[in-house]
Design a protein around this ligand. Structure first.
Ligand SMILES: *[C@@H]1O[C@H](CO)[C@@H](O)[C@H](O)[C@H]1NC(C)=O
Ligand SMILES: *[C@@H]1O[C@H](CO)[C@@H](O)[C@H](O)[C@H]1NC(C)=O
Ligand SMILES: *[C@@H]1O[C@H](CO)[C@@H](O)[C@H](O)[C@H]1NC(C)=O
Length: 197
């Protein structure tokens, strides 16, 4: 059941949603999601055993539950930190492939506030809110320099994003229990295993 009903929504409200290219620049933040949690897309709880992210509401494509971005996989590569002075550049390239399983609610400020009329404070129309810390991601995923900055969590990163096939790139793609939607949610969920990229 991969035909979800968001076409109805996107036709009716086309002007509200951000149409984003398959690759570009975005910001990345992180948030805590409990392991086995069933988030907005209705993906199985086991999807949380692998890297997942929430996408800002107006790119996610819905304000209520699942949206057209649900299930899509993106390769995110760290560029530099946004809030620190000076910006921190990772000493070596670092990237991660996430599956979008959740919605980052639209707010008036903050990192998920982009609309078709303007980007977030970092100039980005997309913000990937990584579920982190997570048993799926090494604790030292985000590089830092504590001796220089005095802290390790930079909070907001500029990243490049690239839409990729989940099947060949996402760590959970070979685990059947991590794919698809929670059956009990029926039409209230939409988590394609590998939506068109
Ligand atoms: C990223 O962050 C810096 C601030 O640290 C900012 O000046 C820059 O324009 C941002 N965008 C890109 C694509 O690096
Ligand atoms: C989002 O919030 C920032 C301030 O945090 C602001 O500069 C920016 O204009 C806001 N974007 C939109 C679309 O409201
Ligand atoms: C931390 O920053 C200082 C000052 O820029 C630099 O000399 C040092 O090599 C950095 N260490 C790491 C691990 O990045």
């Amino acid at each position: 059941m991969l035909t979800c009903f968001f076409l109805l929504f996107s036709v009716a409200r086309a002007s509200s949603w951000i149409e984003y290219p398959s690759d570009g620049i975005a910001t990345m933040t992180h948030y805590e999601m409990p392991r086995d949690y069933i988030a907005s897309c209705g993906c199985t709880g086991d999807s949380t055993h692998y890297p997942t992210a929430a996408l800002n509401q107006n790119a996610f494509g819905s304000s209520t539950a699942y949206g057209p971005s649900c299930g899509r996989c993106f390769k995110l590569s760290l560029l530099n930190t946004f809030l620190s002075d000076p910006p921190f550049y990772p000493p070596s390239p670092k990237s991660i492939v996430v599956k979008v399983t959740d919605l980052c609610p639209l707010s008036t400020t903050g990192w998920c506030n982009a609309t078709t009329s303007g980007p977030n404070a970092a100039g980005s129309y997309l913000n990937f809110d990584l579920s982190f810390p997570s048993q799926a991601i090494p604790d030292d995923f985000f590089p830092s320099n504590e001796s220089y900055y005095g802290y390790t969590d930079f909070g907001v990163w500029n990243v490049t994003y690239e839409s990729v096939s989940c099947a060949s790139n996402w760590a959970g793609s070979k685990d059947a229990s991590a794919l698809g939607s929670v059956p009990a949610l029926e039409d209230g969920a939409c988590c394609p295993a590998d939506p068109t990229v």
